[in-house]
Design a protein around this ligand. Structure first.
Ligand code: FEO
Length: 396
């Protein structure tokens, strides 16, 4: 299968139907992913990005249905992470005359990954261009979206933006355009991708979108390096601006980890109170809930409540991992509180509060702890807290 994303520009990537965790950490890819590479056919031939290690021959075979792969003149590496650079050695072996084009940081990354291979490397920065014939490759550096080396390639003659990881989704499908699949599915995967990968860089996302708008670039199509291509680019640009600016719904995410069920009882009482105020709420137990799905659900929720029972005078380990993850992701514009049961003294709640604070969550005043099991009065207090928290979330 191959696909023309614009005149004489073809998707020649690979579909990874099987991958279920990405990059070796706990970002789950329930629906697989794709590694998108794009072939630009002109007087000169350019390949923009490659595919993950292990998919190189599949990509070269796909290129071979369009042109002789030995004809590649330029190999653009928008980003050095291995899911896009993994097949560079195979391409450079096939077309050793090709110039490898990357950012300054990209050159460093590629040298550190692959050593000195004697490749002919051309370093480019924002505004630099390479003329292929009718078409031009124009480069826009995009540091920390999401690595220091990241850059975008823009082809003005067809108003096509190739932004690598930005605007991507982990979604393996036989379709290649976002408008060909269910909108909730593709935007849901784009949101999960944003929350788990790009959330910490939200201020840079806003700056980059504004910079591109100032450049006055017409953009008809955005073809990222994962998932589907956007033929309605405003849809994903506006979603990115909303997420980056902390746009959220009056909704609450409750996450907890329990040993003997008491913290679960508190969580359910909180949920009851929130629901009584007519506010939407999601409840997740750790570790049986998927952490990256919880993070995705939190993206557009205003409130977060986290709870844990106590082990070794601290929170349980899955909650510790969740909060550590959250601290790194720096969610925007959330209010929250911590809760839990304890046996004989606990640092769990203050430690959870500290992690929430470090994540940038604004803490509301709360007294949400029970010794061993919560009694009826305490449960009533938690329901009332849930109501009060829901009202605060609505007022935001
Ligand atoms: Fe899809 Fe940063 O690699």
């Amino acid at each position: 299968m191959r696909m023309e994303v614009a005149e004489d520009i073809y998707w020649v990537g690979a579909i990874d139907w099987d991958v279920r965790t990405f990059h070796g950490y706990t970002y789950t890819t329930h629906r697989g992913t794709t590694y998108n590479a794009y072939l630009v056919l002109d007087e000169k031939v350019a390949l923009v990005d490659t595919v993950n290690t292990g998919f190189g021959q599949e990509m070269l075979k796909r290129i071979g249905t369009l042109t002789d792969p030995t004809r590649i003149d330029y190999l653009v590496a928008n980003h050095g992470e291995m899911d896009h650079s993994g097949a560079i050695p195979e391409v450079m072996k096939t077309a050793p005359q090709a110039k490898l084009v990357c950012s300054k940081k990209g050159e460093q990354t590629l040298r550190q990954y692959f050593g000195d291979q004697g490749w002919d490397i051309t370093v480019v920065g924002t505004g630099d261009e390479i003329k292929l014939g009718q078409k031009t490759l124009r480069f826009i550096e995009a540091p920390m979206l999401h690595w220091p080396d990241s850059m975008f390639t823009y082809i003005p003659q067809v108003a096509l933006l190739l932004p690598n990881d930005a605007f991507g989704q982990h979604l393996a499908t036989s379709q290649r355009f976002a408008d060909e699949v269910d909108e909730c599915l593709v935007l849901g995967e784009a949101a999960k991708y944003y929350a788990n990968i790009l959330w910490p860089f939200s201020s840079l996302v806003i700056k980059k979108i504004k910079e591109i708008e100032r450049m006055g670039l017409e953009i008809a199509t955005i073809a990222p390096s994962h998932g589907l291509t956007w033929r309605n680019p405003r849809q994903i640009i506006e979603a990115y601006l909303r997420w980056a600016q902390g746009g959220a719904e009056p909704r609450v995410v409750v996450v907890y980890e329990t040993m003997w069920g008491s913290t679960r009882h508190i969580a359910h009482a909180l949920v009851e109170g929130i629901q009584q105020e007519g506010v939407e709420v999601s409840l997740y137990a750790l570790p049986t809930s998927d952490r990256s799905d919880v993070i995705a659900d939190l993206l557009e929720a205003r409130g977060i409540l986290v709870g844990s029972s106590v082990h070794n005078n601290d929170m349980l380990l899955n909650m510790a991992a969740f909060l550590e993850d959250l601290k790194g992701l720096k969610p925007i514009g959330k209010i929250g509180a911590a809760f839990g049961s304890y046996g004989w003294g606990s640092r769990a709640i203050p430690h959870m509060e500290e992690k929430l604070r470090q994540a940038g969550v604004e803490l509301v005043e709360a007294d949400l702890s029970s010794q061993f099991a919560p009694d009826e009065d305490e449960l009533e207090h938690y329901i009332e807290f849930g109501q009060d928290f829901a009202r605060k979330v609505k007022e935001r």
